[in-house]
Design a protein around this ligand. Structure first.
Ligand SMILES: Cc1cc2nc3c(=O)[nH]c(=O)nc-3n(C[C@H](O)[C@H](O)[C@H](O)COP(=O)(O)OP(=O)(O)OC[C@H]3O[C@@H](n4cnc5c(N)ncnc54)[C@H](O)[C@@H]3O)c2cc1C
Length: 461
């Protein structure tokens, strides 16, 4: 850092309520780590913000000094844009406060909160809003890209439940975006990623959920995978929106309800949740037990917050990750064959293939009602290339890319922006489809110089 920059950093520290972490500080190495261990970047300044004013200071500091600016929410994004080389990280991970208004069924939550923080606050009142399936994911990045999870078939995408947002713009102004205030910005935030400003506070609508829900896993041997997937496809077509079933193909973890001989062997699991009275859900899930000869099951009534964390042990921070994803409006046989073939050649025991069923309420808004456009997506397939040893990088990345190419002919063409990797900038246009041009206009209005460019970038029109 030059003397001039050192002087500026001292100015930044003045009045900053959070913590400024510099390369010379002991906390630096842990502060620059994010969920995906493949990302190894060295920012000049990490501004761990405590307040909206801190965020304003961080944004102004980066802009006025011509430095690259990265914004960190939960730090989960695979592409690693939460961190940058040489620039400033505006890190919101200490800003997690939540306030629930149970009567109005609303929550306001700060931009560094995780899904677990949100669930803990809202489930205390038996309320929830749709988010994702791993509780350590950041609410900010997830929401800004669209957001879907176990409640989405019933209550829509996360963005469909966003009421308002407090945003620090590239000019360092604090504005509120909602249907009536800065409506163009509000439209763009609902899927347009971190392109338009730093969201310091989100306000979501809430719905009665649980607090106990019927949920769990039914596991079949991989030899039955094709038939299970075919029956799954038929089942999902008729399932009520209260019921969501996803499938996971991967080596079996050492779960106590599975015979020991199956541990580490490929299997297909049905992961289910019924978001209603468990007694009404029980007969509806019965057919799922008859898709073949299950290896075991672990299904019961458990706290919704526990189900929201059920996959956390498989998705811990610190592994190397390279993911690919497609959207599908249907699951044709050729796609199922490819999935079965590729689970037969997993390059590491942590790799897995997920079919997430969305559809339902996510399909009802018009594609141009918010920046997130994929209202025809019935399924999102995500393949998690995940491993520990850098020596396996090429092999594992190739597996994900080959599977991506093999399944592309069946995909609906759209891409979910939150699952794009660092090398997929060319998919940003297809991620937004017909909404891209309008997004570029809003970008020009709120960030004409592209200060917020550490993201799946939308260039100003
Ligand atoms: C294990 C795992 C499970 C996942 N499961 C799901 C799932 O079930 N459903 C789903 O929809 N997605 C899921 N995702 C994808 C997830 O939504 C994205 O990775 C998302 O970007 C993570 O948000 P974050 O805040 O943790 O990430 P970060 O890496 O901190 O941020 C991602 C990007 O968002 C922007 N950003 C972050 N915070 C802010 C802010 N406060 N204001 C403005 N911009 C900001 C920045 O551009 C940043 O580069 C999953 C990801 C992982 C790794």
């Amino acid at each position: 850092m030059t003397n001039v920059q050192t002087k500026k950093v001292e100015e930044l520290k003045g009045g900053f309520k959070g913590e400024i972490v510099l390369p010379s500080d002991g906390a630096y190495d842990s502060a620059r780590k994010i969920w995906n261990a493949m990302i190894d970047k060295r920012p000049a300044v990490i501004a761990r913000c405590a307040t909206t004013s801190d965020v304003v200071r961080g944004v102004n500091f980066a802009r006025d000094n011509g430095l690259v600016l990265a914004v960190r929410g939960g730090g989960h994004n695979i592409a690693g844009n939460a961190i940058c080389d040489g620039g400033v990280v505006v890190d919101l991970s200490k800003m997690k406060a939540a306030r629930v208004d149970p009567a109005a069924r609303r929550v306001t939550i700060e931009g560094g909160a995780t899904l677990g923080d949100l669930d803990a606050a809202t489930q205390a009142h038996g309320l929830a809003t749709p988010t994702g399936i791993n509780s350590t994911t950041g609410i900010a990045g997830l929401t800004l890209g669209g957001g879907f999870g176990w409640l989405s078939r019933k209550y829509g995408m996360t963005v469909d439940n966003l009421e308002s947002a407090e945003v620090v713009t590239a000019a360092g102004e604090v504005v509120r975006a909602s249907a009536t205030e800065h409506p163009d910005l509000f439209w763009a935030l609902r899927g347009g990623g971190g392109n338009f400003g730093v969201v310091t506070r989100f306000e979501f609508r809430l719905h009665p959920v649980g607090p106990n829900v019927l949920s769990g896993l039914i596991v079949y041997p991989i030899s039955e995978a094709k038939s299970v997937l075919q029956q799954y496809r038929e089942f999902c077509a008729k399932a009520p929106e209260d019921l969501t079933v996803w499938t996971v193909l991967r080596p079996a973890p050492p779960l106590p309800f599975l015979p020991e001989r199956t541990h580490g062997k490929e299997m297909i699991a049905l992961a289910l949740i019924y978001v209603g009275d468990p007694k009404q859900g029980e007969p509806l899930i019965q057919p799922l037990r008859k898709f073949g000869t299950p290896l075991g099951e672990h299904v019961g009534v458990q706290p919704f917050v526990a189900w929201q964390q059920a996959f956390d042990p498989l998705l811990t921070a610190g592994a190397r990750n390279y993911w690919k994803s497609h959207n599908f409006s249907a699951l044709p046989d050729g796609l199922l064959d490819a999935a079965v073939a590729y689970v037969g050649k997993l390059p590491s025991p942590q790799c897995e293939i997920f079919f997430g069923a969305i559809g339902g309420a996510t399909t009802r808004p018009a594609p141009d009602s918010a920046a997130y456009p994929h209202r025809d997506a019935q399924f999102v397939m995500n393949f998690h290339g995940r491993w520990e040893n850098p020596a396996d990088d090429t092999r594992c990345i190739s597996w994900a890319r080959d599977f991506f190419n093999a399944t592309a002919p069946f995909a609906s063409g759209g891409a979910y922006v939150n699952f794009l990797t660092a090398d997929e900038g060319d998919r940003v246009r297809s991620a937004y489809g017909p909404n891209y041009a309008r997004l570029a206009q809003v970008k020009r209005k709120y960030d004409p110089n592209n200060l917020f460019r550490m993201n799946q970038n939308i260039a100003p029109a």
